[in-house]
Every structure is written in structure tokens, then in C-alpha cells.
Design a protein around this ligand. Structure first.
Ligand SMILES: [Zn+2]
Length: 303
């Protein structure tokens, strides 16, 4: 009799313990994530890298097969998870990496909305784009003229930029490549007249793909140069050996290709093989190697 009583007791304990474990499991994140549709592999990534409040957000949303991929992406920022998911939902044509770049660069908003003042204290690393504007009267005080040997008539740029451009120009010259500055510093009024002309010809929507609205042009910083091969226009630059050399060497002199191909959704501009921006050697090298836009680099590492 005694033995049967003990056995009965043990079975009861086992049953209660099993029930307890089952209830615990049902309350666990793992069970809930599984219930939403996540696989064991995905849950492992989510568990390791997301804090509870973000996991709660996932539990309240539909299953998303890009979540794990997002979390593992190079520039994933946990606090932006909801923004990534929202943007991806509306723009499913973009890859996960693109979604992350766009959101990180702040370009998940419409261009020219929620605009802020550019931070002029950043010096050579100032960001001016479709979300950061310069005052009408803003100009750096070290703008100098560029000689006719290096530029078309009447061009000017900041002193340091000119010095570095001339270094680059000389090295290019040794390789039989002739560079010429087609456009350098442009003040607010000049940009306004250019943009107005383009808008009148092409309409505003089209003009916005290649011309900055006044106050939003990098040329107003005196840090941007449009570079052509001598004797030809910037429109032909992509086909020249000068471009072939410049795109892979400009960073040695502190310049970056500012509006690269296939980055329009981040920069807001079509590919501009001729437009180079001075950021200094160190940052130029990093941006070249990381292969990211300055807009994203600024938000990640400078701001
Ligand atoms: Zn330009």
C-alpha cells in the first residue's frame, strides 16, 4: 500500500511540474515568437540581439521574414527597428541593406520635409542635403578664385579644397589626364537662378532630380567641385579616362564621389560622376572603403 501511495504522489508531482513548465513555456518569448511565425533560427537571433521592448513590438506585428536579416545587417541600429519595418512595408522593392541605409540617412521621409539647419560648426564635414539647409547669407570666409589653368573662368572654392585639388590635378597630369573645374563655389543667388531656370525648362519634379533648391546646394559650402575632362562638358565625364582614374583616386586627396550610382533614394540626386566633395583625407578614405554615402556616414559617425 505504502509503495502505491508514493507512486501516486510522484505521478501527481510530475503532472503538476509538467503543467507548470507548460504554462511557463507558453508565456515565454520563444513560444510567442513561434506563434507569430518565427523559426528557431530567427528566434535565436532576435533573442540575442534585441531588447525586450523591441521584441514586444515584433510580437504585436505580423511575421516578417526580413527581421533576422535586418538585425544582422552591418549598420543595424536597434532603436530604428520600427522605422525600418515601416519603410520596408511601404517600399518592398528595396533590399534590406538599402532600407537600413535609407532610414539611417534619414531619407525615409520625403525630401525637403522636416528640414533642419546645417551644422556649420562641422567644418569640412558639414552636411548639406535635402534635409539640411544653409542660410541665404551663409558663406565660409576662405573662398578663393581658381586659376584658369585649373578651372573655367570665374570659378572659386575654399582655399584648402583648392590646394588639394591642385595636388590631385598635378598627379593626374603626370598620367596624361587633364582635369578642369567646371563649377565650384556657388552662392545662394546663383543657385536660385540655376534652379529656377531648370524648373522652368523641365518642371520642378524633374529639376529636383539633378539640381538643388537654393540653400540646399553643396556648392554653397565651397567644398564641392564639378570636375570635367579638359575641353569637354561634365555630361561626358563618365566616359572619360579622367573619370576612371578620379573615382578610384580622389579619396587620396580628400575627395569623395558625392552622388554615386544607385544611391538616389538616399542622396536625392541622380548619379553625378562629376560632382566631388571635399571631406579631408581620413574620412574620404573611410567612405571610399565602406562604400556608403556621405549622408549615411554623417548620421552614423559625425552627427
Ligand atoms: Zn555639383
Amino acid at each position: 500500500m505504502k509503495f502505491r501511495k508514493i507512486l501516486y504522489l510522484l505521478i501527481m508531482i510530475g503532472f503538476i511540474y509538467g503543467g507548470y513548465r507548460y504554462i511557463n513555456y507558453k508565456n515565454s518569448t520563444t513560444y510567442k515568437l513561434k506563434d507569430v511565425g518565427y523559426s528557431n533560427e530567427e528566434i535565436k537571433i532576435i533573442d540575442e540581439k534585441l531588447d525586450n521592448s523591441k521584441v514586444d513590438h515584433l510580437l504585436q506585428s505580423e511575421y516578417n521574414n526580413k527581421v533576422a536579416q535586418m538585425i544582422n545587417a552591418k549598420y543595424f541600429i536597434e532603436d530604428k527597428l520600427e522605422a525600418y519595418l515601416n519603410y520596408q512595408k511601404e517600399n518592398s522593392e528595396h533590399s534590406t541593406d538599402d532600407v537600413i541605409s535609407i532610414v539611417n540617412a534619414g531619407a525615409d521621409k520625403d525630401f525637403y520635409t522636416d528640414v533642419k539647419k546645417a551644422d556649420t560648426s562641422k567644418g569640412y564635414l558639414i552636411l548639406v542635403n535635402k534635409f539640411y539647409e544653409l542660410d541665404k547669407n551663409f558663406t565660409f570666409d576662405d573662398i578663393v578664385p581658381i586659376s584658369l589653368q585649373h578651372a573655367y573662368s570665374g570659378r572659386s572654392i575654399r582655399k584648402e579644397v583648392l590646394d588639394k585639388f591642385i595636388d590631385m590635378w598635378q598627379d593626374a597630369q603626370k598620367l596624361d589626364l587633364s582635369l578642369i573645374v567646371s563649377s565650384g563655389y556657388r552662392d545662394y543667388n546663383l543657385q536660385e537662378s540655376l534652379y529656377t531656370d531648370y524648373s522652368n525648362i523641365y518642371g520642378q519634379e524633374e529639376a529636383d532630380t539633378f539640381s538643388a533648391r537654393p540653400g540646399y546646394s553643396e556648392h554653397q559650402t565651397g567644398l564641392a567641385l564639378d570636375i570635367a575632362a579638359y575641353g569637354s562638358s561634365i555630361d561626358d565625364f563618365e566616359k572619360t579616362k579622367e573619370y576612371e582614374w578620379l573615382k578610384d583616386n580622389a579619396h587620396h586627396y580628400g575627395f569623395i564621389l558625392r552622388y554615386p550610382i544607385n544611391k538616389t533614394h538616399i542622396t536625392g540626386y541622380d548619379f553625378e560622376p562629376w560632382h566631388y566633395r571635399y571631406v579631408g583625407k581620413e574620412v574620404a578614405k573611410e567612405i571610399y572603403e565602406l562604400d556608403i554615402t556621405f549622408d549615411e556616414y554623417y548620421e552614423l559617425f559625425i552627427k
